[in-house]
Structures are given as structure tokens and as C-alpha cells.
Design a protein. Structure first.
Length: 471
């Protein structure tokens, strides 16, 4: 009875408080909307007053920013400077904070220049030359219970904030709200840059769910998978979230480290903690990059690697020194000795150069073959005539006379054969020269080795080819 009475008292207090809070928020939204209407109409000073009143109702940093923009455009640089300064204090983690601080410095210089002019009156001096700035819309997320984690689009290693939460967003986004012991809620929004979007999410209590906390002490930002890695990444370490009761398979993955696997038995309403200590892998990688290497063959110690036509070719190798060759038809090969280090990736950026044309060599060798073949024919004819004369001279009855035509013809054939052999020999030498010469610049390349933890991250299931070799 006493517990029921206490619950009724809490309810009686919370309902009016909630109604009052909604009324205050409604007033803030009304002033915000009116300020945007005035801003679009070019009535900047009046718009600044509306944003100031909106901030008085709800102290959201975006209201200060919009007021500062209106003051700057109306020429009241002192108030613009003050509101920008208050904005960076109110939202110290704002992504555009460096740009706003530069704007603050520029406005200070502008005000100094104005104060240095004797008897300065009238309109303000021209505004500093700065990037254009406009007012912003606002997304507000509140929840029951408060202090729930808010993620935008996907669960990262850390939430964007906790409810009550406000930010500026453009385009379509997914708001994820999560709290221990409550069902996770997802809301699709498409906020307008000129409006205030308000989300109130009452999380459903789900005592049957279990709460899981996964940390990788030595590798923050590792990918977490549940039950099936094909279903995609559930989040990054440190990970916190609800899971249905029962046994679940857990994987924690980070490139450069061996895959961590475990199994959890989730109890309803229970809190579960898992330390995933990832061990560095015992191999390294060589990745061949470069526009001219697409479709090229990669050889490791003269053995080709099966890259299956994929680009870039990425080879997994035990630590050690290797001769890496990149070869492609019609291109000069590139060879480099690479030292593969455990848990590190060596990126080879290669530019293959065109190989010299062999047409001249083939033409020269063809000409040489033709001349040598023809020379051989005439040589055989000359030898035939000499043999015929020798046979006749051996028989005194058939002794050849000095004016026998075979004598003159044989000499001519012999001279022609010698000339053809000489020309064929020169053409052959030129063909061999053209075949062996190396015209043009050589293929070039460079490489760098980085720990995998510092390289752009790619999960084991993110695609991309890894050619594993046995050495």
C-alpha cells in the first residue's frame, strides 16, 4: 500500500513537470520558428530578438549561434562577437568550432579597427571577409529515462551524446537511443535546415533483456559482431547494448590482430562484461597499388600470386625478405626487395612504363633470314657448277674449255651469295640489337610500411582480396 501511494505521488509530481516542460519547449520552438521567418525576410535585428527569447526558454547552443549570425548580418558586431563566444563555450565539442574561433578573431580585429577611427559614427565598417554563414535548424532528442545514449546513423565506439541532446543535422538520418534495461529505439528523420525538429522517445522497459559491455583493452575501435558476421557490424569497442537472453556467438575484429571469438550466455536482466584481448597477427601484408598495375601479375620470389584479377593485389606473407616483381604484357617489369614485418602492411606504389616496340627487331630478323636464305641458294648453285666442272676435268675426253659458261656463272653465283650473306649478317646483327635494347624510362615504384592499426581500417568482412601464399 505504501509503495503504491509513493508511486502515485511520484506520478502526480512528474506529470505536471512534464506538462510544464512541454509548454516551455513549445514556447522555445515558437520563438525559433518566428526568428527563422524574420531571418528569411532579411529582418535580422528582429530575428536576433526571437532567437534570444528562444534561448531564454531552452538554453540550446544552436539558438546562440543563430542569434550571433543575425547580429553579424545586422551590423551589430559586438553582440555577434559575444554570442559566438558564448556558443563555443556552450558547445565545446562542436565540429565547426575552429571556424567559429577564426570568425571570433576576425570580428575582434574589425572592432579594433572601428574603435581606432576618431569620432567613428554611423553605420559599422564593412564586415570581415569571411565565409558565408547562415542560421541553422535544430534537432532535439529527449527520452524517458534521461541520460540515454544517442547515436546518429550507426552505433559507434562512443555515442554522440546523451539525452537531453541537441544538434544540427541536414538530410536523412537515423537516431538511435539506447539505455540499459530498455529496448533500443530507432527513428528516421529528415530535418529541415530552417526548422526545429523535436523527438521525445519513451523507452520501453524490458526486464527480459540482458545488458552486455564489451571492451578491447589494447585495441579501441574494434568491430563487434553477434551470432553471424554476415549480418554486419553491431558496433565498435567499447560496446554497450541489450541482447536477448540465450547463447550468443561474439566476434571482435580489428585488422592487424587475430580474430577474437567467444560465446556468451545472456541472462534476463543481467549485466555481462567481456574483455576481448586481441593478439597481433603473426604475418604481414604486401599491397601492390598503381593505375598501371591493374591486371598485372605479381610474383613473390618468382612464384606468381593468385590475385584473381582483383585490384589492388594484397598478399599475406610471413615476416621476411621477398623479391616482389610486378609484370604486365607490353610493360616493363618492376622488381623490388621488400622486408615484410609482422602485423604491418607494405604498400608498393608502382608505375609501369611501356616496353619498347619489337617491330624493328622482327623486320630486321626477317630481312636477315630472307637474305641468308637467298644467299644459301646462290651458294649452292655456285657449288653445283664447281662440282660439275670438277667431274668433267676428271675425264680427259670431256675436259672443259676456258670459255665454258659454268665457270663464269659459278663465279657470279659465288659473288652474289657472298653479298647476300654480308647483308643478311648485318640485318641479323641489327635485329638482335633491336630485340635486346631497352628504350624509354624504366618502371618505377616506392613503398612504405605502416602498422596495420594505423592503416585505414577494413574489417575481415569488408571485401577486398587477400592472397595467402605458402613459403
Amino acid at each position: 500500500m505504501r509503495n503504491s501511494l509513493a508511486a502515485m505521488v511520484v506520478l502526480a509530481v512528474s506529470l505536471p513537470a512534464r506538462a510544464q516542460d512541454e509548454a516551455t519547449l513549445s514556447e522555445a520552438k515558437r520563438h525559433f520558428d518566428e526568428g527563422q521567418v524574420l531571418y528569411l525576410a532579411g529582418r535580422f535585428a528582429e530575428a536576433a530578438v526571437e532567437f534570444e527569447q528562444a534561448f531564454a526558454k531552452k538554453p540550446y547552443a544552436a539558438f546562440l549561434f543563430n542569434e550571433a549570425v543575425c547580429h553579424e548580418k545586422s551590423g551589430d558586431l559586438e553582440k555577434a562577437l559575444d554570442r559566438y563566444a558564448r556558443y563555443v563555450v556552450s558547445d565545446p565539442n562542436a565540429a565547426e568550432r575552429p571556424d567559429i574561433e577564426k570568425r571570433i578573431d576576425a570580428l575582434r580585429e574589425q572592432l579594433k579597427a572601428q574603435s581606432a577611427l576618431p569620432g567613428a559614427t554611423g553605420p559599422a565598417a564593412p564586415a570581415p571577409v569571411l565565409p558565408a554563414v547562415e542560421t541553422r535548424g535544430l534537432v532535439v532528442v529527449e527520452s524517458k529515462p534521461s541520460e540515454a545514449a544517442v547515436y546518429i546513423d550507426a552505433r559507434g565506439a562512443s555515442p554522440a551524446g546523451a539525452t537531453p541532446f541537441s544538434t544540427t543535422l541536414d538530410g536523412k538520418h537515423t537516431i538511435i537511443v539506447e539505455a540499459k534495461g530498455y529496448a533500443t529505439e530507432r527513428k528516421e528523420i529528415a530535418p529541415s535546415p530552417n526548422q526545429m525538429t523535436y523527438l521525445y522517445i519513451a523507452l520501453s522497459k524490458e526486464h527480459y533483456l540482458g545488458w552486455i559491455e564489451i571492451v578491447a583493452p589494447n585495441v579501441p575501435g574494434a568491430d563487434v559482431y553477434f551470432d553471424s558476421r554476415d549480418s554486419g557490424v553491431a558496433g565498435k569497442t567499447p560496446f554497450m547494448g541489450n541482447l536477448r537472453p540465450g547463447k550468443h556467438k561474439v566476434w571482435v575484429a580489428r585488422e592487424g590482430f587475430a580474430l577474437f571469438e567467444s560465446e556468451l550466455d545472456i541472462q534476463p536482466g543481467g549485466t555481462h562484461h567481456l574483455d576481448a584481448v586481441l593478439e597481433p597477427i603473426r604475418y604481414g601484408y604486401v599491397k601492390v597499388l598503381g593505375r598501371t598495375t591493374r591486371g598485372a601479375t605479381v610474383l613473390v620470389d618468382e612464384r606468381p600470386v593468385d590475385c584473381r584479377g582483383q585490384y589492388p593485389c594484397r598478399v599475406e606473407l610471413p615476416p621476411g625478405s621477398y623479391r616482389i616483381e610486378v609484370a604486365s604484357d607490353g610493360q616493363k617489369s618492376y622488381v623490388e626487395t621488400v622486408n615484410v614485418v609482422r602485423a604491418q602492411e607494405t604498400k608498393m606504389r608502382v608505375q609501369l612504363q611501356p616496353a619498347p616496340s619489337r617491330v624493328s627487331a622482327y623486320v630486321s630478323l626477317g630481312v636477315a633470314a630472307a637474305f641468308l636464305g637467298t644467299g644459301t641458294y646462290f651458294g649452292l648453285q655456285s657449288r653445283g657448277d664447281r662440282a660439275s666442272l670438277g667431274d668433267d676435268n676428271a675425264d680427259p675426253a670431256a675436259l672443259a674449255s676456258d670459255d665454258d659458261p659454268r665457270i663464269r656463272r659459278g663465279k657470279i653465283y659465288a659473288l652474289v651469295a657472298d653479298g647476300l650473306f654480308a647483308v643478311g649478317g648485318v640485318a641479323g646483327i641489327l635485329g638482335v640489337y633491336y630485340l635486346l635494347r631497352d628504350e624509354g624510362p624504366p618502371s618505377i615504384g616506392e613503398h612504405e610500411t605502416l602498422p596495420l592499426a594505423l592503416a585505414p581500417y577494413a574489417s575481415p568482412d569488408s571485401g577486398g582480396l587477400v592472397a595467402r601464399t605458402s613459403f
